[in-house]
Write a protein that binds this ligand. Structure first.
Ligand SMILES: *Cc1c(COP(=O)(O)O)cnc(C)c1O
Length: 463
Protein backbone atom coordinates (compact mmCIF):
# COMPACT_ATOMS: atom_id res chain seq x y z
CA UNK A 1 0.00 0.00 0.00
CA UNK A 2 1.28 3.41 -1.03
CA UNK A 3 1.96 5.43 2.11
CA UNK A 4 1.27 8.83 0.49
CA UNK A 5 4.51 10.23 1.87
CA UNK A 6 4.95 13.82 0.77
CA UNK A 7 1.15 14.25 0.43
CA UNK A 8 0.01 14.79 4.02
CA UNK A 9 -3.44 16.14 3.06
CA UNK A 10 -4.12 13.10 0.87
CA UNK A 11 -2.86 10.83 3.66
CA UNK A 12 -5.27 12.51 6.09
CA UNK A 13 -8.15 12.19 3.63
CA UNK A 14 -7.29 8.57 2.92
CA UNK A 15 -7.23 7.73 6.65
CA UNK A 16 -10.57 9.48 7.20
CA UNK A 17 -12.13 7.75 4.19
CA UNK A 18 -10.94 4.40 5.45
CA UNK A 19 -12.35 5.02 8.93
CA UNK A 20 -15.69 6.06 7.38
CA UNK A 21 -15.88 3.00 5.13
CA UNK A 22 -14.81 0.59 7.87
CA UNK A 23 -17.49 2.01 10.17
CA UNK A 24 -20.27 2.12 7.61
CA UNK A 25 -21.75 -1.28 8.44
CA UNK A 26 -22.23 -0.72 12.17
CA UNK A 27 -22.37 3.02 12.75
CA UNK A 28 -25.60 4.90 13.45
CA UNK A 29 -27.31 5.29 10.06
CA UNK A 30 -28.69 8.80 10.45
CA UNK A 31 -26.69 11.87 11.44
CA UNK A 32 -25.81 12.34 15.12
CA UNK A 33 -29.02 13.08 17.11
CA UNK A 34 -27.52 16.26 18.63
CA UNK A 35 -26.50 17.77 15.32
CA UNK A 36 -28.24 20.86 13.96
CA UNK A 37 -27.38 23.10 11.05
CA UNK A 38 -26.22 25.61 13.63
CA UNK A 39 -23.82 23.27 15.45
CA UNK A 40 -22.37 22.29 12.07
CA UNK A 41 -21.96 25.88 10.92
CA UNK A 42 -20.29 26.77 14.20
CA UNK A 43 -17.88 23.85 13.93
CA UNK A 44 -17.01 24.87 10.37
CA UNK A 45 -15.92 28.28 11.62
CA UNK A 46 -16.94 31.92 11.58
CA UNK A 47 -15.84 34.56 9.10
CA UNK A 48 -13.45 34.01 6.17
CA UNK A 49 -10.09 32.97 7.60
CA UNK A 50 -7.58 35.80 7.20
CA UNK A 51 -4.59 33.50 6.82
CA UNK A 52 -4.42 30.14 5.14
CA UNK A 53 -3.60 26.79 6.79
CA UNK A 54 -1.57 23.73 5.97
CA UNK A 55 -3.55 21.41 3.63
CA UNK A 56 -3.41 18.43 6.01
CA UNK A 57 -4.67 20.56 8.89
CA UNK A 58 -7.54 21.78 6.67
CA UNK A 59 -8.55 18.20 5.93
CA UNK A 60 -8.41 17.22 9.60
CA UNK A 61 -10.55 20.20 10.59
CA UNK A 62 -13.06 19.41 7.84
CA UNK A 63 -13.33 15.78 8.94
CA UNK A 64 -13.85 16.76 12.60
CA UNK A 65 -16.43 19.43 11.79
CA UNK A 66 -18.41 17.41 9.22
CA UNK A 67 -18.42 14.01 10.95
CA UNK A 68 -21.51 14.54 13.18
CA UNK A 69 -23.51 15.65 10.14
CA UNK A 70 -22.66 12.71 7.90
CA UNK A 71 -25.34 10.15 7.03
CA UNK A 72 -24.50 6.50 6.28
CA UNK A 73 -26.56 6.70 3.09
CA UNK A 74 -24.16 4.38 1.28
CA UNK A 75 -24.34 1.85 4.12
CA UNK A 76 -26.38 -1.37 4.20
CA UNK A 77 -29.44 -0.20 6.18
CA UNK A 78 -30.27 3.09 4.49
CA UNK A 79 -33.61 2.69 2.69
CA UNK A 80 -34.63 6.35 2.37
CA UNK A 81 -35.39 8.07 -0.95
CA UNK A 82 -33.71 6.00 -3.71
CA UNK A 83 -30.01 6.04 -2.87
CA UNK A 84 -27.31 3.57 -3.80
CA UNK A 85 -23.96 2.91 -2.18
CA UNK A 86 -20.59 3.11 -3.87
CA UNK A 87 -18.82 0.22 -5.53
CA UNK A 88 -15.15 0.02 -4.60
CA UNK A 89 -13.77 0.34 -8.16
CA UNK A 90 -16.11 3.24 -8.92
CA UNK A 91 -15.02 5.10 -5.80
CA UNK A 92 -11.34 4.54 -6.62
CA UNK A 93 -11.88 5.70 -10.21
CA UNK A 94 -13.62 8.84 -8.97
CA UNK A 95 -10.63 9.59 -6.72
CA UNK A 96 -8.46 9.29 -9.83
CA UNK A 97 -10.80 11.55 -11.82
CA UNK A 98 -10.11 14.21 -9.20
CA UNK A 99 -6.36 13.53 -9.00
CA UNK A 100 -6.13 13.58 -12.81
CA UNK A 101 -8.38 16.69 -12.84
CA UNK A 102 -9.46 16.08 -16.40
CA UNK A 103 -11.98 18.38 -18.10
CA UNK A 104 -14.63 16.25 -19.75
CA UNK A 105 -15.88 18.93 -22.12
CA UNK A 106 -13.77 18.71 -25.24
CA UNK A 107 -12.01 15.64 -26.57
CA UNK A 108 -8.89 17.74 -27.09
CA UNK A 109 -8.82 18.59 -23.36
CA UNK A 110 -8.88 14.90 -22.37
CA UNK A 111 -8.94 12.21 -25.03
CA UNK A 112 -9.13 9.64 -22.22
CA UNK A 113 -12.22 11.20 -20.59
CA UNK A 114 -13.95 11.44 -23.99
CA UNK A 115 -13.13 7.85 -24.93
CA UNK A 116 -14.20 6.37 -21.58
CA UNK A 117 -17.58 8.10 -21.91
CA UNK A 118 -18.03 6.75 -25.40
CA UNK A 119 -17.29 3.19 -24.30
CA UNK A 120 -19.28 3.34 -21.04
CA UNK A 121 -22.24 4.96 -22.82
CA UNK A 122 -22.34 2.09 -25.32
CA UNK A 123 -22.26 -0.40 -22.45
CA UNK A 124 -25.19 1.30 -20.70
CA UNK A 125 -27.30 1.26 -23.88
CA UNK A 126 -26.55 -2.44 -24.29
CA UNK A 127 -27.34 -3.35 -20.67
CA UNK A 128 -30.61 -1.38 -20.64
CA UNK A 129 -31.73 -2.80 -23.99
CA UNK A 130 -31.81 0.61 -25.70
CA UNK A 131 -30.95 1.22 -29.37
CA UNK A 132 -27.19 0.85 -29.96
CA UNK A 133 -27.12 3.98 -32.16
CA UNK A 134 -28.81 6.27 -29.60
CA UNK A 135 -26.92 9.47 -28.73
CA UNK A 136 -26.04 9.92 -25.05
CA UNK A 137 -24.59 12.26 -22.45
CA UNK A 138 -23.59 12.27 -18.79
CA UNK A 139 -25.33 14.96 -16.74
CA UNK A 140 -25.37 15.26 -12.93
CA UNK A 141 -28.62 13.49 -12.09
CA UNK A 142 -31.90 12.29 -13.54
CA UNK A 143 -33.43 15.74 -13.17
CA UNK A 144 -30.83 17.15 -15.57
CA UNK A 145 -31.08 14.02 -17.72
CA UNK A 146 -34.83 14.68 -17.97
CA UNK A 147 -34.08 18.31 -18.83
CA UNK A 148 -31.59 17.32 -21.55
CA UNK A 149 -34.03 14.84 -23.08
CA UNK A 150 -36.93 17.29 -22.95
CA UNK A 151 -34.86 20.07 -24.54
CA UNK A 152 -34.03 17.58 -27.28
CA UNK A 153 -37.71 16.68 -27.63
CA UNK A 154 -38.61 20.37 -27.73
CA UNK A 155 -36.18 20.87 -30.62
CA UNK A 156 -37.44 17.84 -32.53
CA UNK A 157 -41.19 18.50 -32.32
CA UNK A 158 -40.82 22.22 -33.10
CA UNK A 159 -38.41 21.54 -35.97
CA UNK A 160 -41.11 19.35 -37.53
CA UNK A 161 -43.52 22.27 -37.12
CA UNK A 162 -41.06 24.55 -38.95
CA UNK A 163 -39.85 26.43 -35.87
CA UNK A 164 -36.20 26.93 -34.83
CA UNK A 165 -36.40 26.98 -31.04
CA UNK A 166 -32.66 27.39 -30.49
CA UNK A 167 -32.61 30.57 -32.59
CA UNK A 168 -35.99 32.06 -31.68
CA UNK A 169 -36.87 30.59 -28.30
CA UNK A 170 -40.46 29.81 -27.43
CA UNK A 171 -41.91 33.29 -27.90
CA UNK A 172 -44.43 32.98 -30.70
CA UNK A 173 -43.68 29.27 -31.20
CA UNK A 174 -46.43 26.75 -31.96
CA UNK A 175 -47.84 25.50 -28.67
CA UNK A 176 -46.42 22.13 -27.56
CA UNK A 177 -48.79 19.79 -25.75
CA UNK A 178 -46.94 18.04 -22.91
CA UNK A 179 -48.58 15.01 -21.27
CA UNK A 180 -47.40 13.30 -18.08
CA UNK A 181 -48.84 10.47 -15.99
CA UNK A 182 -50.82 11.10 -12.82
CA UNK A 183 -47.83 9.87 -10.78
CA UNK A 184 -45.07 11.74 -12.58
CA UNK A 185 -41.87 12.29 -10.60
CA UNK A 186 -41.58 15.90 -9.40
CA UNK A 187 -38.35 16.43 -11.32
CA UNK A 188 -40.14 16.07 -14.68
CA UNK A 189 -42.35 19.16 -14.21
CA UNK A 190 -39.21 20.88 -12.90
CA UNK A 191 -37.31 19.92 -16.06
CA UNK A 192 -40.28 21.10 -18.17
CA UNK A 193 -40.21 24.40 -16.28
CA UNK A 194 -36.48 24.83 -16.99
CA UNK A 195 -37.15 24.07 -20.66
CA UNK A 196 -39.72 26.87 -20.84
CA UNK A 197 -42.61 24.43 -21.23
CA UNK A 198 -44.29 25.26 -17.91
CA UNK A 199 -44.81 23.03 -14.93
CA UNK A 200 -48.51 22.32 -15.53
CA UNK A 201 -48.58 19.70 -18.29
CA UNK A 202 -51.72 17.80 -19.24
CA UNK A 203 -52.23 14.72 -17.10
CA UNK A 204 -53.13 11.21 -18.26
CA UNK A 205 -54.54 9.42 -15.21
CA UNK A 206 -52.75 6.48 -13.63
CA UNK A 207 -54.06 3.21 -12.26
CA UNK A 208 -53.89 2.07 -8.62
CA UNK A 209 -50.18 1.15 -8.88
CA UNK A 210 -49.27 4.47 -10.50
CA UNK A 211 -49.03 3.23 -14.13
CA UNK A 212 -50.20 5.59 -16.87
CA UNK A 213 -53.44 4.27 -18.38
CA UNK A 214 -53.19 4.09 -22.20
CA UNK A 215 -56.91 4.90 -22.54
CA UNK A 216 -56.36 8.05 -20.49
CA UNK A 217 -53.45 9.05 -22.71
CA UNK A 218 -55.54 8.43 -25.81
CA UNK A 219 -58.23 10.67 -24.39
CA UNK A 220 -55.99 13.68 -23.70
CA UNK A 221 -53.66 13.46 -26.72
CA UNK A 222 -54.32 16.20 -29.24
CA UNK A 223 -55.28 14.95 -32.69
CA UNK A 224 -54.57 18.00 -34.84
CA UNK A 225 -51.05 16.90 -35.74
CA UNK A 226 -49.47 19.65 -33.60
CA UNK A 227 -46.32 19.11 -31.52
CA UNK A 228 -46.67 16.71 -28.56
CA UNK A 229 -44.27 15.38 -25.92
CA UNK A 230 -45.38 12.47 -23.69
CA UNK A 231 -43.44 11.74 -20.48
CA UNK A 232 -43.69 8.14 -19.30
CA UNK A 233 -42.03 6.47 -16.35
CA UNK A 234 -39.98 3.33 -15.65
CA UNK A 235 -40.11 2.78 -11.89
CA UNK A 236 -42.60 4.84 -9.90
CA UNK A 237 -40.74 6.41 -6.99
CA UNK A 238 -43.36 5.11 -4.52
CA UNK A 239 -44.50 1.75 -5.90
CA UNK A 240 -41.75 0.88 -8.40
CA UNK A 241 -44.45 0.36 -11.09
CA UNK A 242 -43.78 0.68 -14.84
CA UNK A 243 -45.91 2.38 -17.47
CA UNK A 244 -47.07 0.06 -20.32
CA UNK A 245 -44.50 1.28 -22.83
CA UNK A 246 -45.60 -0.76 -25.84
CA UNK A 247 -49.16 0.63 -25.66
CA UNK A 248 -47.90 4.17 -25.07
CA UNK A 249 -45.43 3.85 -27.97
CA UNK A 250 -48.28 2.75 -30.28
CA UNK A 251 -50.32 5.83 -29.37
CA UNK A 252 -47.33 8.14 -29.77
CA UNK A 253 -46.50 6.61 -33.15
CA UNK A 254 -50.08 7.25 -34.35
CA UNK A 255 -49.94 10.94 -33.41
CA UNK A 256 -46.26 11.68 -34.04
CA UNK A 257 -45.69 12.46 -30.34
CA UNK A 258 -42.18 12.32 -28.85
CA UNK A 259 -42.11 9.68 -26.08
CA UNK A 260 -39.72 10.34 -23.20
CA UNK A 261 -39.09 7.85 -20.37
CA UNK A 262 -37.96 8.91 -16.89
CA UNK A 263 -36.30 5.75 -15.60
CA UNK A 264 -34.03 7.13 -12.89
CA UNK A 265 -33.77 3.71 -11.26
CA UNK A 266 -36.37 1.53 -13.03
CA UNK A 267 -34.61 1.35 -16.40
CA UNK A 268 -32.03 -0.92 -14.74
CA UNK A 269 -34.70 -3.67 -14.70
CA UNK A 270 -33.70 -4.07 -18.36
CA UNK A 271 -30.34 -5.46 -17.20
CA UNK A 272 -32.01 -8.45 -15.46
CA UNK A 273 -33.34 -11.53 -17.26
CA UNK A 274 -35.92 -11.94 -14.48
CA UNK A 275 -37.23 -8.38 -14.67
CA UNK A 276 -36.78 -7.40 -18.32
CA UNK A 277 -40.46 -7.94 -19.13
CA UNK A 278 -41.26 -4.92 -16.93
CA UNK A 279 -39.62 -2.62 -19.50
CA UNK A 280 -41.02 -4.33 -22.61
CA UNK A 281 -41.35 -1.78 -25.39
CA UNK A 282 -39.22 0.86 -23.66
CA UNK A 283 -36.72 0.71 -26.51
CA UNK A 284 -39.41 2.21 -28.77
CA UNK A 285 -39.31 5.54 -26.90
CA UNK A 286 -37.47 8.58 -28.26
CA UNK A 287 -35.47 9.50 -25.16
CA UNK A 288 -34.50 8.02 -21.81
CA UNK A 289 -33.16 9.39 -18.53
CA UNK A 290 -31.54 7.33 -15.80
CA UNK A 291 -29.21 7.65 -12.84
CA UNK A 292 -25.95 5.83 -12.32
CA UNK A 293 -25.60 7.15 -8.77
CA UNK A 294 -28.75 5.35 -7.59
CA UNK A 295 -29.05 1.66 -8.42
CA UNK A 296 -25.72 1.21 -10.22
CA UNK A 297 -23.90 2.36 -7.05
CA UNK A 298 -21.63 4.90 -8.74
CA UNK A 299 -20.64 7.83 -6.45
CA UNK A 300 -22.67 11.04 -6.66
CA UNK A 301 -23.13 12.69 -9.06
CA UNK A 302 -23.64 10.54 -12.15
CA UNK A 303 -26.53 10.20 -14.59
CA UNK A 304 -27.18 9.17 -18.18
CA UNK A 305 -29.41 10.53 -20.91
CA UNK A 306 -29.98 8.94 -24.32
CA UNK A 307 -31.98 9.97 -27.37
CA UNK A 308 -33.04 8.42 -30.63
CA UNK A 309 -32.28 11.64 -32.52
CA UNK A 310 -28.58 12.59 -32.37
CA UNK A 311 -29.16 15.61 -34.61
CA UNK A 312 -31.85 17.04 -32.31
CA UNK A 313 -29.75 16.17 -29.23
CA UNK A 314 -26.72 18.09 -30.51
CA UNK A 315 -28.88 20.96 -31.79
CA UNK A 316 -30.42 21.33 -28.32
CA UNK A 317 -27.19 21.15 -26.29
CA UNK A 318 -24.19 22.12 -28.43
CA UNK A 319 -22.68 25.52 -29.23
CA UNK A 320 -19.62 26.84 -31.04
CA UNK A 321 -16.90 29.35 -30.20
CA UNK A 322 -13.73 30.36 -32.03
CA UNK A 323 -11.50 28.78 -29.36
CA UNK A 324 -13.37 25.48 -29.30
CA UNK A 325 -11.33 22.91 -31.18
CA UNK A 326 -13.64 20.13 -32.39
CA UNK A 327 -12.35 16.67 -31.56
CA UNK A 328 -11.69 13.99 -34.14
CA UNK A 329 -14.05 11.82 -32.06
CA UNK A 330 -16.90 12.59 -29.70
CA UNK A 331 -16.91 15.89 -27.78
CA UNK A 332 -18.80 15.24 -24.50
CA UNK A 333 -20.02 18.85 -24.08
CA UNK A 334 -22.28 18.56 -27.13
CA UNK A 335 -24.69 16.24 -25.26
CA UNK A 336 -25.20 17.89 -21.84
CA UNK A 337 -26.12 21.30 -20.41
CA UNK A 338 -22.64 21.76 -18.86
CA UNK A 339 -19.47 22.90 -20.63
CA UNK A 340 -16.56 22.13 -18.25
CA UNK A 341 -17.18 19.34 -15.76
CA UNK A 342 -15.75 16.39 -13.85
CA UNK A 343 -14.91 13.32 -15.90
CA UNK A 344 -17.86 11.22 -14.72
CA UNK A 345 -17.16 8.45 -17.21
CA UNK A 346 -14.20 6.98 -15.31
CA UNK A 347 -16.32 5.94 -12.30
CA UNK A 348 -19.13 4.62 -14.49
CA UNK A 349 -16.70 2.58 -16.58
CA UNK A 350 -15.15 1.22 -13.37
CA UNK A 351 -18.54 0.25 -11.88
CA UNK A 352 -19.58 -1.60 -15.02
CA UNK A 353 -16.16 -3.28 -15.27
CA UNK A 354 -16.29 -4.40 -11.64
CA UNK A 355 -19.78 -5.88 -11.97
CA UNK A 356 -19.93 -7.08 -15.56
CA UNK A 357 -23.27 -7.98 -17.12
CA UNK A 358 -23.89 -10.71 -14.53
CA UNK A 359 -23.03 -8.46 -11.63
CA UNK A 360 -25.40 -5.69 -12.70
CA UNK A 361 -28.22 -8.23 -13.06
CA UNK A 362 -27.35 -9.73 -9.67
CA UNK A 363 -27.34 -6.31 -7.97
CA UNK A 364 -30.80 -5.55 -9.38
CA UNK A 365 -32.22 -9.01 -8.60
CA UNK A 366 -30.78 -9.07 -5.07
CA UNK A 367 -32.24 -5.64 -4.25
CA UNK A 368 -35.67 -6.76 -5.44
CA UNK A 369 -35.36 -9.96 -3.39
CA UNK A 370 -34.61 -7.87 -0.29
CA UNK A 371 -37.64 -5.67 -1.03
CA UNK A 372 -39.88 -8.77 -1.19
CA UNK A 373 -38.36 -10.00 2.08
CA UNK A 374 -39.21 -6.65 3.70
CA UNK A 375 -42.79 -6.94 2.49
CA UNK A 376 -43.37 -10.52 3.65
CA UNK A 377 -41.49 -10.24 6.95
CA UNK A 378 -43.40 -7.11 7.94
CA UNK A 379 -46.80 -8.35 6.80
CA UNK A 380 -46.35 -11.74 8.50
CA UNK A 381 -45.21 -10.18 11.78
CA UNK A 382 -48.24 -8.10 12.65
CA UNK A 383 -51.85 -7.83 11.43
CA UNK A 384 -51.63 -4.03 11.70
CA UNK A 385 -49.05 -3.90 8.91
CA UNK A 386 -50.34 -3.35 5.37
CA UNK A 387 -48.10 -3.48 2.29
CA UNK A 388 -49.86 -1.19 -0.17
CA UNK A 389 -48.05 -1.87 -3.43
CA UNK A 390 -47.33 -4.87 -5.64
CA UNK A 391 -43.63 -5.30 -4.88
CA UNK A 392 -42.51 -5.68 -8.50
CA UNK A 393 -39.17 -3.95 -8.02
CA UNK A 394 -37.10 -2.54 -5.13
CA UNK A 395 -39.75 -0.25 -3.58
CA UNK A 396 -42.10 -1.12 -0.68
CA UNK A 397 -44.94 1.03 0.69
CA UNK A 398 -46.10 0.18 4.21
CA UNK A 399 -48.86 1.56 6.38
CA UNK A 400 -49.39 0.81 10.09
CA UNK A 401 -52.75 0.34 11.89
CA UNK A 402 -54.33 2.16 8.92
CA UNK A 403 -53.37 5.38 10.69
CA UNK A 404 -51.40 8.42 9.50
CA UNK A 405 -50.29 9.17 13.06
CA UNK A 406 -49.06 5.67 13.83
CA UNK A 407 -47.30 5.43 10.44
CA UNK A 408 -45.53 8.76 10.93
CA UNK A 409 -44.58 7.80 14.50
CA UNK A 410 -43.04 4.53 13.29
CA UNK A 411 -40.95 6.37 10.67
CA UNK A 412 -39.77 8.94 13.23
CA UNK A 413 -39.00 6.16 15.73
CA UNK A 414 -36.85 4.21 13.27
CA UNK A 415 -34.98 7.35 12.20
CA UNK A 416 -34.30 8.32 15.84
CA UNK A 417 -33.18 4.81 16.76
CA UNK A 418 -30.30 4.83 14.27
CA UNK A 419 -30.39 1.11 13.36
CA UNK A 420 -31.86 1.91 9.92
CA UNK A 421 -33.13 4.94 8.03
CA UNK A 422 -36.22 5.14 5.85
CA UNK A 423 -38.60 7.89 4.87
CA UNK A 424 -42.25 8.72 4.47
CA UNK A 425 -44.45 9.57 1.55
CA UNK A 426 -48.12 9.76 0.82
CA UNK A 427 -49.96 7.31 -1.38
CA UNK A 428 -53.57 7.84 -2.48
CA UNK A 429 -54.00 10.39 0.27
CA UNK A 430 -52.64 8.24 3.10
CA UNK A 431 -49.34 8.54 4.99
CA UNK A 432 -46.99 5.64 4.18
CA UNK A 433 -43.51 4.41 5.01
CA UNK A 434 -41.43 4.09 1.86
CA UNK A 435 -38.56 1.60 1.64
CA UNK A 436 -36.13 1.50 -1.26
CA UNK A 437 -33.42 -1.15 -1.52
CA UNK A 438 -30.71 0.15 -3.84
CA UNK A 439 -27.32 -0.43 -2.21
CA UNK A 440 -24.90 -3.28 -2.93
CA UNK A 441 -23.99 -3.72 0.75
CA UNK A 442 -27.46 -4.73 1.96
CA UNK A 443 -27.81 -8.37 3.05
CA UNK A 444 -30.79 -10.46 4.19
CA UNK A 445 -29.52 -9.98 7.75
CA UNK A 446 -29.68 -6.19 7.28
CA UNK A 447 -33.29 -6.55 6.17
CA UNK A 448 -34.15 -8.64 9.25
CA UNK A 449 -32.39 -6.18 11.58
CA UNK A 450 -34.34 -3.33 9.96
CA UNK A 451 -37.63 -5.24 10.20
CA UNK A 452 -36.95 -5.71 13.93
CA UNK A 453 -36.27 -1.96 14.29
CA UNK A 454 -39.53 -1.15 12.48
CA UNK A 455 -41.55 -3.55 14.64
CA UNK A 456 -40.10 -2.17 17.85
CA UNK A 457 -40.88 1.38 16.68
CA UNK A 458 -44.44 0.15 15.98
CA UNK A 459 -44.76 -1.25 19.50
CA UNK A 460 -43.49 2.05 20.93
CA UNK A 461 -45.87 4.06 18.74
CA UNK A 462 -48.84 2.04 20.04
CA UNK A 463 -47.98 2.42 23.71
C1 LIG B 1 -34.47 10.22 -8.22
C2 LIG B 1 -35.42 10.38 -9.34
C3 LIG B 1 -35.33 11.47 -10.22
C4 LIG B 1 -34.36 12.61 -9.99
O1 LIG B 1 -33.04 12.17 -9.99
P1 LIG B 1 -31.82 13.00 -9.42
O2 LIG B 1 -30.69 12.08 -9.58
O3 LIG B 1 -32.15 13.32 -7.98
O4 LIG B 1 -31.69 14.25 -10.24
C5 LIG B 1 -36.19 11.51 -11.29
N1 LIG B 1 -37.10 10.54 -11.48
C6 LIG B 1 -37.22 9.48 -10.67
C7 LIG B 1 -38.25 8.43 -10.96
C8 LIG B 1 -36.36 9.35 -9.57
O5 LIG B 1 -36.48 8.30 -8.75
Amino acid sequence: MEDLEGHPALAAASAAARAHLDGLRERRVGASPDVTSETLRTALGGPVPVHGSEPAEVVERLVAAAAPGLVASSGPRYFGYVVGGTLEAAMAADWLAVAWDQVAGLEVMSPAAAAVEEVAGGWVLDLLGLPADASFGFPTGAQMANFTALATARHAVLDRAGWDVEADGLQGAPRIQVVVGGQVHATVPQALRLAGLGSRPDVAESDEQGRMRPAALEQVLRSDGGPVIVCAQAGNVNTGAFDPFADLADLCAQTGAWLHVDGAFGLWAGASDRLRSLVAGVERADSWATDCHKWLNVPYDSAFVATRDPVAHVAAMSWEAPYVVPGAGRDPYRYVPEASRRARGFALWAALSQLGRDGVADLVDRSCGHARRFATSLADADPGVTVLNDVVLNQVLVRFDDSDDVTRAVIAGVQAGGEAWLGGSSWQGAAVMRLSVSGWLTTAEDVERSVAAILSALAAARS
